[in-house]
Design a protein around this ligand. Structure first.
Ligand code: AMP
Ligand code: ZN
Length: 115
């Protein structure tokens, strides 16, 4: 999608520190990390948010949650200590980039409730 920063990262038009890639999914380090491990996991195809996922995206969404995020957590060595997965959705959800992304955060104790 034109003018989508995460589409541009997926298309390698702008650089990112990639930690995982397959045909459908890319994961890269957040530019402004909020924890020692802060990775963004995105589908390469443009989906605006969780609210825009379609039935045809079920396999992709499951792949991200079942395969990709746990694998990255293991590789980043936060699978045993624990981690947080966040998908800010829409304006009140705090979503600033309108391309679906899962924040994978770890390496420190998390607080609850979120702000
Ligand atoms: P959200 O507020 O949930 O939409 O999260 C967007 C995230 O994208 C923020 O944590 C930003 O720091 C991050 N971000 C924005 N631009 C880039 C970029 N070019 N490379 C890596 N992370 C980015
Ligand atoms: Zn996009």
């Amino acid at each position: 999608m034109a003018d989508c920063i995460f589409c541009k990262i997926a298309n390698k038009e702008i650089p990112a520190t990639v930690v995982y890639e397959d045909e459908q999914v890319l994961a890269f380090k957040d530019l402004e990390p909020q924890a020692p491990v802060h990775v963004l996991v995105i589908p390469k195809k443009h989906v605006a948010s969780i609210a825009e996922l379609k039935a045809e995206d079920k396999e992709l969404a499951a792949h991200i949650l079942v395969d990709v995020i746990p694998q990255i957590a293991r590789e980043q060595k936060i699978d045993q200590s624990g981690f947080r997965v966040v998908a800010n959705t829409g304006d009140e959800g705090g979503q600033t980039v309108k391309h679906l992304h899962f924040h994978l955060l770890g390496g420190r104790s998390m607080q609850w409730p979120p702000g």
